[in-house]
Design a protein around this ligand. Structure first.
Ligand code: ACO
Length: 334
């Protein structure tokens, strides 16, 4: 699916993120499984990751991110008319974590639902919220991306354990005076689903003892390096933009090698890429909003900056968006 914006400008007007306090270093993991800091750094670029406390579930991580995003947008929960939570680790299958958050935020007027698209969830949710605003169904949307993958990892499996971390990010979407989203490109290759899956997690396999993430790392690696490039190229072309115009590139934070490969193929210089996978590992749907929050904290998101985001993950799915960042003074609801 691909499309460009053709109505009133819609942009991100608030941003927030949260990661749990507990830091697990590569050396900590080397105490648990047969691995080393050297191996993890060389193959992934990950130095450490955050891990939720036993009592922390998805909504506990998402709530502070949502509160921060609302404050950044100068808004209250009651002002929202849509909350989409992108996650594969909801508090439970139902009620939706978005509805739990809606209650905690006082969003009494909002439609609330969860969305499952693996690590691409945040990008899918962003596109959906954009579509709801563009279609006039909503005026103020909260899009939350996050995962608590530590809860569904096999803590004896070194091939997956070292890659992932916990975290969440949230953005508010509103009509603005200028700038905002230029287009989206989303897709899925269901045939590749077997390369990254959670067997005992649904009606096909409720009685399956395999309740942990299974991954064919090499296949996912091949998919990721291919799709990050092709999705970005397609979207840039559709929007009539060139890669040279991209000021800030925010790829899914899975692995430094995957990011470097994509940036090299696309021709995006290092100083335009946002990388924080070294500190957080792969936080799935939390990855892109966490990276956006880092970029904003570092002063890299200026008014009009052309921002390219691409996510990819379980499904196998992917999604890109292109937008002009919108500064505070432009954030006046139309
Ligand atoms: N520590 C030490 N050795 C390890 C570890 C580890 N943590 N994990 C695997 N190895 C060993 C393997 O057993 C293998 O040993 P062998 O040669 O004796 O058989 C050797 O290291 C090489 O294994 P490979 O799997 O070939 O290593 P590779 O270079 O492919 O790197 C990795 C593995 C890092 C998982 C890589 O394939 C990758 O990054 N894949 C993408 C994974 C990913 O990003 N998934 C999520 C994306 S989608 C989403 O975000 C949900």
């Amino acid at each position: 699916m691909i499309g460009t914006a053709n109505g009133r400008p819609i942009s991100i007007t608030g941003l927030g993120c949260y990661v749990p306090d507990r830091v697990l270093s590569n050396d900590d993991l080397a105490q648990m499984v047969d691995t080393s800091d050297e191996w993890i750094m060389e193959r992934t670029g990950i130095r450490e990751r955050r891990v939720a406390a036993p009592e922390q579930a998805m909504s506990d991580l998402a709530l502070p991110a949502c509160e921060q995003a609302l404050e950044d947008a100068g808004m209250r929960g009651a002002d929202l008319d849509l909350i989409i939570m992108a996650t594969v680790t909801p508090d439970m299958a139902f009620p939706a974590t978005a509805a739990i958050l809606g209650d905690l935020l006082g969003a009494t007027e909002a439609a609330c639902y969860d969305l499952s698209a693996g690590c691409t969830g945040f990008m899918y949710a962003l596109a959906q919220a954009y579509g709801m605003l563009a279609g006039g169904l909503a005026e103020r949307a909260l899009v939350v991306g996050g995962d608590v993958l530590s809860k569904i990892l096999d803590w004896t499996d070194r091939s997956t354990l070292v890659l992932f971390g916990d975290g969440a990010g949230a953005v508010v979407l509103e009509n603005v005076r200028g700038g905002g989203f230029l287009g989206f490109e989303l897709g899925a290759e269901g045939a590749g689903g077997v390369h990254l899956w959670l067997p005992g997690s649904g009606s096909r396999h409720f009685d399956d003892p395999e309740t942990f993430v299974k991954m064919n790392g090499r296949e996912v690696f091949k998919f990721a390096t291919r799709i990050l490039v092709s999705s970005a190229e397609k979207l840039l072309r559709e929007c009539g933009r060139s890669v040279e115009e991209v000021d800030v590139y925010v790829p899914h934070q899975a692995n430094v090698r995957i990011i470097d490969h994509a940036a090299r193929k696309l021709g995006i210089p290092q100083d335009r890429i946002v990388v924080n996978v070294d500190r957080y590992g792969n936080t799935s749907s939390g990855s892109i909003p966490l990276a956006l929050a880092d970029a904003e904290a570092e002063g890299r998101l200026r008014d009009g900056s052309l921002v390219l985001m691409t996510g990819m993950g379980a499904g196998l799915t992917w999604g890109s968006s292109l937008m002009h960042w919108t500064e505070q003074q432009e954030r006046i609801a139309a």
